[in-house]
Design a protein around this ligand. Sequence first.
Ligand code: 5GP
Length: 205
Amino acid sequence: MRERGLLIVFSGPSGVGKGTVRAKIFESDNNFEYSVSMTTRKQRPGEVDGKDYYFRTRDEFEEMIRNGQMLEYAEYVGNYYGTPLTYVNQTLDEGKDVFLEIEVQGALQVKEKVPDGVFVFLTPPDLEELRGRLVGRGTDSAEVIASRLEKAKEEIRLMSEYDYAVVNDEVDLAAKRVKKIIEAEHYRVDRVIERYVHMIDDVKV
Ligand code: 5GP
């Protein structure tokens, strides 16, 4: 029987640079697949439907929820964001690891459903730096930035629910840290013990 892949949940406060670190991680060869999220927020310039997000209407999103087709979802600063279930399940069943980049409420839902996932929290070096990044991005109004910062504080308090905290002081370094964590997780005894039990049982000495 093929072993199921690992579910990697990567989250952290808005503006911390999750998207940039994720892009860095995916620049090099990996043995894991990115799960594209669904959202009802407006498409930003340069974003591609089906690659950055699946951009959907509220009605379409709510229908997916009603049909039980989301692994998790959250309402975040007035919009829905969520992870379509089918892709995640199929990919894990194929024995491949799946990488989710989601916010904290969603990550906590995944933890309930998939307790053996790997939960990695990306932190800013400090909150001033985070404010600077949100302002520098130039995509949100002052009001939205203020609400994202408030949200960030709440989210950082929930770091204790995660397995690993990685500081995003430098994108390259943060990406390397995350990759090392994923690699090491594959060697955890509770993940591989079955294989060795079979090995012992199958061999006559
Ligand atoms: P943004 O609007 O900046 O692209 O994303 C806002 C927040 O939603 C970010 O923290 C991002 O990680 C999070 N997010 C993106 N996709 C998902 C998802 O599928 N589920 C959840 N719960 N959050 C998501």
